[in-house]
Ligand binder design. Structure first.
Ligand code: HPA
Ligand code: ZN
Length: 336
């Protein structure tokens, strides 16, 4: 079936892998830096664009944490999230599961009492304006200690019901899941769904470790699974979702070019792969740009795109009946 870019762009979609700090737009970053007297090595949007050339995950993370250092007041967090939720409207994202990383803010002396009210106010406003569905993920940082992560988990106890899942992000190399065994146990006891970044720069073994030690029910990235055919079979038979981020993977050199990406190979093998933007303002595109890059590189047809979009809802933390409602809507569009 033939399709247009407009058709892809207008499909109702879910996004499951988005770091809120990775959606900070350059104009907003510069404006907040000025307001909050934070020194940045760039003064214009052009200089920001020029600086965002990454050779690997760490070179990106350095600028990513620097960018987030401009966030200081409740209203800053409101605008950060509202800017992204507005982008959701432009990208027809009807459901989003957003990673919040408190340790980034705590390092700058900003507590839950500042950022949570800002985020929650944005969600209430966006829901009343657009009816968008939003879930939050408490994302802890692998480069920090387990004790620090447990401290943050305990702080989040003051916000019951606000986070649906516990996730892990940041530097994969040298920070295996075994480092966080007790944290995962505590997260499970609190009823959080469990997910983690794995198999982005790290090997298939990190994915295995995450499944065994964390009992992760969803893997962020996970693309290195193809190094181990047994792991591919396991992910397929259990239908463990991978939240894949095509533009991110090319910008961070996980794949040299989009045509080398393995997401379509994984889709054809029956793995529950989903398309996401990761850190859209750092990697050159929000969700629709990620879909379009795949359509262009792999000459995808409507069935392929719909399979990816449907997977986004299937892999979500939404209750079964809400998932089914979104899938039914997509089926009606397919028929129409
Ligand atoms: N990988 C690990 N940590 C991250 C990423 C990523 O792609 N983006 C933001 N934090
Ligand atoms: Zn990520």
């Amino acid at each position: 079936m033939t399709m247009t870019s407009e058709w892809v762009a207008a499909l109702p979609k879910a996004e499951l892998h988005i770091h809120i700090d990775g959606s900070l737009q350059a104009e907003r970053m510069l404006q907040l830096a000025k307001k909050n007297n934070i020194d940045l090595p760039y003064g214009t949007v052009e200089e920001v664009d020029k600086a965002y050339q990454f050779k690997d995950l760490q070179s990106f993370l350095d600028l990513y944490y620097l960018g987030a250092s401009v966030l200081r007041e409740e209203a800053d967090f409101y605008h950060l999230l509202m800017d992204y939720l507005l982008k959701c409207q432009e990208n027809t994202i009807v459901h989003t599961e957003i990673m919040i990383e408190p340790q980034t803010y705590l390092a700058n002396g900003i507590g839950f009492d500042i950022f949570m009210p800002g985020f929650k106010r944005a969600i209430v406003d966006a829901q009343s304006r657009w009816g968008i569905s939003v879930l939050l993920i408490l994302s802890l940082l692998k480069h920090t200690t387990e004790e620090e992560c447990i401290e943050v988990l305990t702080m989040a106890d003051g916000y019951p019901g606000d986070f649906v899942a516990l996730g892990m992000a940041s530097t994969e190399m040298g920070n295996p899941p075994e480092k966080f065994q007790r944290l995962f146990q505590l997260g499970r006891e609190r009823g959080y769904r469990l997910q983690t970044h794995a198999g982005e720069e790290g090997s298939a073994d990190v994915i295995w470790g995450s499944l065994r030690v964390m009992q992760a029910e969803r893997i962020d990235h996970g693309v290195r699974c193809t190094d181990d055919p047994q792991l591919v079979d396991y992910l397929c038979s259990r239908q463990i979702p991978l939240t894949v981020c095509p533009l991110s993977n090319v910008r961070l050199r996980v794949f040299d070019k989009m045509a080398d990406h393995n997401i379509i190979e994984l889709l054809k093998k029956g793995i529950l792969v989903t398309v996401n933007s990761d850190d859209p303002t750092y990697f050159g595109g929000f969700l629709n740009a990620n879909y379009q890059a795949l359509v262009d590189a792999f000459n995808l047809d409507k069935e392929d795109v719909l399979a990816l979009v449907k997977n986004g809802f299937r892999a979500s933390y939404l209750p079964e009946d809400r998932v089914q409602k979104f899938l039914d809507e997509l089926d009606q569009m397919e028929a129409g």
